[in-house]
Design a protein around this ligand. Structure first.
Ligand code: ATP
Ligand code: MG
Length: 421
């Protein structure tokens, strides 16, 4: 029989990896929470039209990456390739944007039919943030500070913040004409993809990875020179805020982001330890999107981060404050197994944050202690028939050289509380 395997580019997250995933998710959740952001959950599938309208027809995602299919009613549906479109759709649908401010975050699987490679998968996972109804640079700064705080909490070093401004739609239109004029003069040095983009989405030529195209791009006119005072001021205030907060950044005038809907602020956090898939988090301001999807004009700013890339950085260098394994392993020998299970059950009620693993299924002392060691636990509790008769449990430190102690069963919660914090 042919073996059934997971779909190319879609991966299982195995027990040995899930602790790090949980650490990242829980840390992010608590950072978002500390900034007053609330979670929103939207379906993994949407009508295909949503993404066509939100992301734009001449983007990598819509042109070649979407998982779209007709369902049994003949409706065209798409597995979400990103989170923003669904969040905006939900906010409009439920009237969350009428003269209101919303600070939201989401998390979940995203789907893109790309060529799988390290850091690039067909099912991947993002956590992201969207803030609606705030126009000023203060909220742009807020989400940038939030990302910086998150790296700090995760113990993730070495990511660089790249920042740019795309100006307003009007400013960009004027700039685009100048850019097209310049690039057309150097048409012979452009590759096929850039020539195609020249007519469909010329700003994307700026982020071409082709060295020859980059040469041309180096002398291209800069969008920064076409900004009006307001756009310039918006950008400067963010830069000053970052400086004052001690968050390093680089202005990258070639950073344009793939999506049409960005205005003013765009940014990426990039690591040089992930090869070509170096962007771990990307975002910016998208004031036009809500209206584009049928809502009232609403300023908006947000980001999405790729969890696989963040996790692959942390794997090299596991965070010190991450829980490594069990706290306590309960060794039970002889006819004490059920009793041990019941004592452990009582302890869990008293010590809700402590992880207690009981040794089920018997085995010699020696083999139970081996399992205790592998569990990562700091302490073993030992209940033999002799201990049971005297109403005590042995407490042994597995990581430090400390004498084993006997503690009355009733005193265990108090005693352990002091040991395991
Ligand atoms: P790239 O230039 O790497 O294709 P992108 O601009 O398409 O990225 P976004 O749409 O901005 O990516 O998504 C935000 C983040 O999600 C990225 O910075 C990255 O960390 C992650 N991401 C995007 N696509 C994938 C993928 N196929 N596999 C894993 N992570 C991804
Ligand atoms: Mg992409």
């Amino acid at each position: 029989m042919k073996k059934i395997q997971s779909i190319r580019g879609m991966h299982d997250i195995l027990p040995g990896e899930s602790r790090l995933w949980q650490f990242v998710e829980e840390t992010a959740k608590s950072v978002f929470d500390s900034f007053g952001y609330q979670q929103i959950r939207t379906p993994v599938m949407e009508q295909s039209d949503l993404f066509l309208r939100a992301i734009g027809e001449v983007t990598d995602i819509v042109e070649k990456e979407m998982y779209s299919f007709d369902d049994r009613n003949g409706d065209s549906l798409t597995l979400r390739p990103e989170g923003t479109a669904g969040v905006v759709r939900a906010c409009i649908e439920h009237g969350l944007l009428h003269n209101q401010i919303q600070r939201l975050w989401y998390q979940g699987a995203m789907f893109r039919h790309e060529r799988p490679q390290k850091g690039r998968y067909r099912q991947f996972h993002q956590m992201g943030v969207e803030a609606f109804g705030m126009q000023g640079p203060d909220v742009d700064l807020e989400i940038l500070l939030m990302t910086a705080r998150l790296w700090q909490q995760l113990g993730l070093d070495g990511a660089e913040l790249q920042l740019n401004t795309l100006g307003t739609v009007q400013e960009r239109t004027i700039y685009r004409q100048q850019l097209v004029k310049y690039l057309s003069q150097h048409r012979e040095s452009l590759d096929e993809e850039s020539k195609r983009r020249l007519s469909s989405n010329p700003l994307r030529v700026l982020d071409s990875k082709n060295p020859e195209v980059q040469q041309v791009v180096n002398d291209a006119p800069l969008l920064m020179e076409y900004l009006g005072d307001e756009s310039r001021f918006h950008f400067e205030q963010i830069c000053e805020g970052l400086q004052e907060a001690g968050v390093d950044y680089t202005v990258n005038p070639r950073l344009v982001r793939g999506l049409d809907y960005y205005v003013l602020t765009v940014f990426e956090w990039v690591s040089d330890r992930l090869g070509a898939q170096g962007t771990i988090c990307a975002g910016g301001r998208y004031d036009g999107l809500v209206e584009q999807l049928g809502g009232k004009p609403t300023p908006a700013v947000g980001f999405g981060m790729g969890l696989e890339r963040v996790i692959s950085l942390l794997e090299e260098d596991p965070p010190v404050n991450m829980k490594k394994g069990a706290d306590i392993y309960f060794v039970a020998s002889g006819d004490t197994e059920i009793k041990a299970q019941l004592i452990a059950n009582k302890l869990r009620r008293n010590m809700t944050d402590v992880q207690i693993v009981t040794n089920c299924g018997g085995g010699s002392f020696k083999s139970q202690f081996k399992k205790a060691d592998r569990s990562g636990a700091r302490f073993a509790l030992i209940l033999g028939e002799d201990e049971l008769q005297r109403g005590v449990v042995g407490v042994k430190s597995l990581r430090e050289d400390r004498a084993q102690k006997e503690v009355l069963i009733n005193d265990l919660p108090n005693y352990l509380e002091g040991l395991v914090e």
